[in-house]
Design a protein around this ligand. Structure first.
Ligand SMILES: CC/C=C\C=C\CC(=O)SCCNC(=O)CCNC(=O)[C@H](O)C(C)(C)COP(=O)(O)OP(=O)(O)OC[C@H]1O[C@@H](n2cnc3c(N)ncnc32)[C@H](O)[C@@H]1OP(=O)(O)O
Length: 314
């Protein structure tokens, strides 16, 4: 068979149900969200804007301990991609409803995926289904890192498996004193594949500790998460956690959106590049950004001790 015939057959071939259902739906436009109040857009997330330019995203499957279902994976990406370009959003707090932050991936979904895989005997096709699923889930987690607005995660009680993937893609992590974390993938017979192995060692700054946690799947409590640098602040309870996280988000949102966006882009870029590459990158960004109205306005505000400059939407 010729290569072009093979290609056209591949284009015509129906995709498996699992792979098809995981393809992204067209994006709902989060730019159109009202400035406050829940959006009602999502089934597994509650999104509101409790303060000017601050969004609060809540994992919202409390009866399932916010286990991350297929729908939640898709909605996380849709939500953060939408907020990325929403001019009314400058900082985001991510927390969770109910008893636990998250029980990790929804194990019932994993069982269903196993069922779908068993419908074909062909290993190449099983592999393609798995590749598409993993890619969609990776993309969901990475949407937090890609979002140019700082994301503050506020964790209470259990943060397990995919929960660790999720929070390590965020900018800032806070938790309650009763929080605990677990890289539980080894316990379900898999290597973490949506971000923990890449981001956790950088977040805790110790390869030794990160590797121990990933190989053993042991629980680590809030105090250890704090002393290792995984979280930067501890709060006595969920209420003070949310208040604290929203206050930091509000402070970030009061700064120049050009400055904050560029700062995040440079920090994320610099994680993966040499110092010189990072310097070259910020040079390119700032040769444009220092011509911004925000820069002139913020400098003038510093000189005149006006502590509340108002910046245009970005
Ligand atoms: C492509 C792959 C991409 C990403 C992969 C990610 C991998 C992971 O996320 S690994 C982690 C998977 N999750 C787990 O193993 C969760 C383990 N659960 C627990 O440790 C506990 O249940 C708990 C979350 C700490 C809650 O403890 P507790 O408050 O004591 O409640 P339980 O009695 O243990 O549970 C009540 C009820 O919830 C069910 N459940 C818990 N977690 C999940 C889950 N992740 N998915 C589905 N269901 C879950 C648990 O089975 C109980 O069900 P009952 O029917 O009431 O028995």
């Amino acid at each position: 068979m010729s290569l072009s015939r093979l290609n056209s057959l591949m284009k015509l071939a129906p995709k498996s149900t699992a792979a098809r259902s995981l393809q992204m739906k067209p994006q709902r436009n989060l730019s159109a969200l009202p400035e406050s109040g829940p959006t009602g857009h999502f089934k597994t997330l509650a999104v509101s804007s409790p303060k000017p330019f601050v969004f609060h995203v809540e994992l919202h499957r409390p009866s399932k301990f916010n286990a991350i279902s297929k729908q939640m994976w898709l909605e996380i990406k849709e939500c953060f991609d939408g907020l990325a370009t929403n001019p009314d959003c400058r900082a985001i707090v991510l927390s969770a409803a109910g008893k636990h932050f998250t029980a990790g991936i929804d194990l019932n979904d994993m069982m269903n995926l196993g069922q779908t895989l068993s419908e074909t005997d062909d290993y190449a096709r099983k592999g393609v289904i798995m590749e598409r699923v993993i890619k969609v889930y990776q993309d969901s987690i990475s949407s937090l890192e890609r979002c140019p607005k700082p994301v503050i995660t506020a964790v209470h009680k259990a943060c397990i498996g995919a929960g660790v993937d999720l929070i390590t893609a965020a900018d800032i992590r806070y938790c309650t004193e009763d929080a605990f974390f677990q890289v539980k993938e080894v316990d379900i017979g898999m290597a973490a594949d949506v971000g923990t192995l890449q981001r956790l060692p950088k977040a805790v700054g110790s390869q030794s500790l990160a590797r121990e946690l990933c190989y053993t799947g042991r629980k680590f409590e809030a105090v250890e998460a704090h002393s290792s640098g995984l979280v930067s602040r501890l709060f006595p309870d969920k209420e003070s956690l949310l208040t604290g996280a929203l206050a930091v988000a509000e402070l970030i949102a009061s700064k120049s959106p050009v400055a904050v966006k560029t700062t995040k882009e440079s920090l994320v870029y610099s994680l993966e590049h040499t110092n010189q590459e990072g310097l070259d990158h910020i040079l390119l960004l700032n040769k444009l950004n220092l011509l911004s109205e925000d820069f002139a306005q913020a400098v003038a505000a510093q000189l005149t001790k006006d502590d509340k400059p108002v910046f245009a939407k970005l």
